[in-house]
Design a protein around this ligand. Structure first.
Ligand SMILES: Cc1cc2nc3c(=O)[nH]c(=O)nc-3n(C[C@H](O)[C@H](O)[C@H](O)COP(=O)(O)OP(=O)(O)OC[C@H]3O[C@@H](n4cnc5c(N)ncnc54)[C@H](O)[C@@H]3O)c2cc1C
Length: 415
């Protein structure tokens, strides 16, 4: 039984089914991938593995504390879990921890991208995918310089993240011509990809249903009950509020940002805190000005992906509990920056705004593996890279549940 039908739950279900299991997925929403996996930045970004927690973060975060449109904003609350998370975040900012975290993130990312490509070959999904790489551009020479060391580390781990000149950047993505004078340089990784994660998940669900996976949608998990060191059953309510007792041999917890809330009573503390992000999606207005290649704007920490005839722009992070309100300043900042970079490319009047809660761990390394409860497994805490890591984590947890060894070197928990 997989709890959660976001990207991580759906990929877990697919790979569990592949290994011959009888699978049921439970989710409170009527449709899959309707929460954090709904409108993300779309990047399969193996080569952009530097976590928020890095040596330059503490100073930047302090500087941004009172800035309403800051890329990473801690809104301090009387919330013990937020303060504990922040302390752990600070611990992850040392050069040694950052180096180690990048290594884990790149390894899982590389494997995950291979598993996504394999899945495409196996079942041929179509989700506005593009395989033209990711171009990361810099408007500050200092930030470009600071990016050299992590880029070198990623190259050493097998990513082909190359430093390129401004001319090369404009050659790869001609829509950057407008801001060419402002560019300090760029990095480019041809092997990275992009695509509509929500469409991917919905298509994968259709495939899974046809293959016998059961989806209990509009079912809200209310409690996980253990007895004798095992999970005995899951309590849930259905769409009409009726109580349901759900039972299985094994359970995979993939409830995204909500995961820690349901294991607390079992004496398990998952270091996951919601990091709210924003996205805007708008139809292409002028195709000659619209980007095709997936881009990352280093200065504003936002990403751009072309999804068919739509532009998706996403980013920013706000640590403010489970609040999902749309903050006007943040929405406008995304549109303003898009217009500044690609004037007239998108139809701003038809822009659709969205917020989602990234299930963030302090290190950005996800929690995948066994729990201390014999038949309860985790596939959660994927933070900024849940789409990038979905197929690799889904396949790994399916193998671990099946008593097989995972195929990638990664600090799986409890294994
Ligand atoms: C603005 C933004 C941009 C992003 N850009 C990228 C990107 O470019 N590349 C990338 O790799 N990643 C990106 N991410 C991160 C990625 O989207 C997430 O890591 C990923 O979606 C997390 O998936 P999940 O399945 O863990 O969580 P979710 O998608 O939230 O799934 C959890 C599921 O659990 C269900 N649920 C929760 N509680 C209950 C309950 N009590 N009962 C039943 N069901 C419940 C929810 O309905 C939901 O469907 C971005 C995120 C944001 C917010």
């Amino acid at each position: 039984m997989v709890l959660g039908a976001g990207l991580l739950g759906v990929t877990s279900a697919y790979f569990l089914r592949q290994l011959g299991h009888d699978v049921t997925v439970v989710d409170r929403q009527a449709t899959p991938a309707a929460e954090t996996s709904f409108a993300n930045g779309g990047q399969i970004s193996v080569s952009h593995a530097e976590p928020w927690a890095n040596p330059s973060a503490p100073l930047k975060v302090l500087k941004w504390l009172a800035k309403e449109d800051a890329p990473l904003l801690f809104r301090l609350r009387a919330d013990l879990s937020q303060w504990l998370w922040m302390l752990s975040f600070l611990r992850e900012c040392t050069p040694a921890r950052t180096h180690r975290n990048i290594e884990h993130i790149v390894r899982l990312g590389t494997y995950s991208r291979e598993m996504l490509q394999q899945l495409r070959r196996d079942i041929g999904l179509d989700y506005d995918q593009r395989t033209q790489g990711i171009l990361h551009f810099y408007t500050s020479a200092a930030e470009l310089h600071a990016a050299e060391a992590p880029a070198a580390q990623m190259r050493a781990l097998g990513c082909d993240r190359r430093l390129i000149t401004v001319d090369e950047a404009v050659q790869i993505e001609p829509a950057l011509a407008h801001i060419k004078p402002k560019l300090a340089g760029a990095t480019y990784t041809l092997q990275d990809e992009s695509g509509d994660a929500n469409r991917f998940a919905r298509e994968l669900v259709e495939h899974c249903q046809a293959d016998g996976v059961r989806f209990l949608m509009s079912h809200t998990v209310t409690a996980l009950r253990a007895a004798g060191g095992k999970l005995a059953h899951v309590e849930a309510t259905d769409s009409e509020g009726r109580f349901q007792f759900l039972q299985a041999d094994a359970y995979v917890l993939a409830l995204g940002s909500w995961s820690p809330l349901y294991v607390r009573e079992l004496g398990i503390r998952l270091p996951i805190y919601p990091a709210k992000g924003y996205s805007v999606t708008m139809p292409v207005r002028d195709p000659t000005r619209a980007f095709q290649v997936s881009l990352t704007d280093d200065e504003y920490k936002i990403v751009f992906s072309r999804l068919g005839d739509r532009l998706r722009i996403a980013g920013t992070a706000e640590l403010n509990g489970y609040d999902r309100d749309l903050n006007r300043v943040r929405c406008e900042a995304l549109v303003r920056r898009t217009e500044e970079l690609f004037p007239g490319a998108g139809d701003t009047e038809r822009a659709q705004y969205w917020t989602g809660l990234r299930p963030a761990t302090p290190s950005n390394v996800p929690i995948v593996g066994r729990s201390k409860i014999a038949n309860l497994y985790f596939n959660t805490g994927h933070g900024t890279l849940g789409w990038t890591h979905a197929c690799g984590s889904g396949k790994s947890i399916a193998r671990i549940v099946s008593g097989l060894e995972a195929e990638v070197e990664f600090p799986f928990v409890g294994v």
